[in-house]
Design a protein around this ligand. Structure first.
Ligand SMILES: CC(=O)N[C@H]1[C@@H](OP(=O)(O)OP(=O)(O)OC[C@H]2O[C@@H](n3ccc(=O)[nH]c3=O)[C@H](O)[C@@H]2O)O[C@H](CO)[C@@H](O)[C@@H]1O
Length: 365
């Protein structure tokens, strides 16, 4: 199969695209791929590590308020459509797939206009602007969560789950823990603030750092690339406990997640698909800076089910985070129950479901 994938900006849109590529490679090893993203998002680095051909569009997202920037955005969109059409003509794909982020807008729109079969994947319970716009033109909208269905009106939705949930099951926990320089066989907590890191989470972790040295568990703490140097400077000023590993970003998340017992994170939809697939208990601090507060909705759904504990950003302090971590880490029965509840929410065969949807496309060659 010849496949163009596009998804960008943050890890939550990029990793599902890569997971789908891996599933197609497993099913049809002689497939050919092209990835279309932006230069400025995380995708360039992540996709090049996968040795996939990468093309960049110069594109920006719409502001919700009327502004002159939006006029420039329309111009970039039109240029993006024209460049996408030329890439599609050259590559001649059997299908074009968008996994969210504004870069998919021109790519998937151009494909639909050229009558190439198209699929978009929505990770969240509340869809982003780009996917809502594209849903009117594409053959299928693949959903990770049923709740998103009511936002799409064309009757072309299918629940597949998030393909990253399948990918994450291939990790090796021992390799993951060793890769960050910690001890295997010890209970481990992972803290991270989504794919870009989150300052409020970093501040809370720095506050609780001195107490970590006294714990019988260890901590992997991912700061986010842009925050790393500042965090390291602050940690060095107070002394880093030995049972903590601090990283700017982790590229082998399937291995690392396979080796941990509890995760503290934002409530991005792709991360949650990973935690539930792996039956991982979580403490979730939803980002309040996202469309329709969708991260809190994602997080509350898991909390209601007993799989997660939610701390809102306004409740977040070093002390509240410390208490929440200790509550779960000192209570194996609670951890066990949360694991069971998390697993009930997972869709571990999502990559295959999405692959089947793509293959079943009536007009797919
Ligand atoms: C601020 C914002 O707009 N966030 C959105 C973005 O979040 P974000 O990109 O943070 O998305 P998620 O938390 O859903 O996914 C992050 C992904 O990055 C990976 N990872 C993270 C850190 C790291 O060091 N290494 C690594 O590989 C995680 O394992 C996961 O696969 O996309 C999500 C999915 O559409 C949305 O739900 C979020 O609301």
């Amino acid at each position: 199969m010849r496949v163009i994938v596009s998804g960008g900006g943050t890890g939550g849109h990029i990793y599902p695209a890569i997971a789908l590529v891996h599933e197609i490679q497993r099913q049809e090893p002689d497939s050919a791929f092209m990835y279309i993203g932006t230069k400025n998002g995380l995708e360039k680095d992540i996709v090049e590590r996968e040795h996939l051909p990468f093309h960049a569009l110069d594109i920006t997202g719409f502001r919700r308020k009327i502004s002159i920037e939006n006029v420039k955005t329309v111009m970039r969109f039109l240029k993006g459509v024209s460049k996408s059409k030329s890439l599609i003509h050259k590559f001649a794909p059997d299908v074009v797939i968008g996994t969210g982020g504004y870069v998919c807008g021109p790519v998937v729109y151009a494909a639909a206009k050229l009558h190439v079969p198209t699929v978009i994947h929505e990770q969240n319970s509340v869809p982003g602007l780009t996917n809502k716009f594209l849903s009117k033109y594409v053959d299928h909208v693949a959903l990770s969560m049923e709740e998103a269905d009511s936002y799409f009106t064309k009757g072309n939705t299918v629940l597949t789950g998030n393909p990253r949930a399948s990918e994450i099951l291939n990790g090796n926990g021992k390799i993951g823990i060793e890769s960050v320089g910690l001890k295997t066989g010890k209970k481990t907590v992972l803290v991270f603030g989504g794919s870009r890191g989150a300052r409020p989470i970093n501040e809370a972790v720095i506050e609780l750092l001195p107490t970590i040295a006294t714990k019988d568990y260890q901590l992997i703490y991912i700061t986010g690339e842009v925050h790393y140097e500042q965090v390291i400077a602050e940690v060095n000023a107070q002394g880093k406990p030995e049972n903590i590993s601090i990283q700017p970003f982790i590229h082998n998340m399937p291995d690392v997640l396979a080796g941990v017992d509890l995760v503290v994170s934002r409530a991005g939809a792709t991360s949650l698909a990973e935690f539930t697939a792996l039956a991982l208990p979580s403490i979730l601090i939803p980002s309040p800076y996202v469309t329709n507060n969708h991260q809190e909705k994602n997080a509350r759904a898991l909390e209601k089910h007993g799989a997660a504990k939610v701390i809102t950003e306004s409740e977040l302090t070093g002390a509240s985070l410390h208490k929440a971590i200790d509550d779960i880490m000192s209570n194996p029965v609670k951890r066990e129950t949360m694991m069971k509840k998390a697993k009930e929410q997972g869709i571990p065969d999502a990559a295959h479901r999405l692959y089947q949807l793509i293959r079943s496309g009536e007009n797919l060659k």
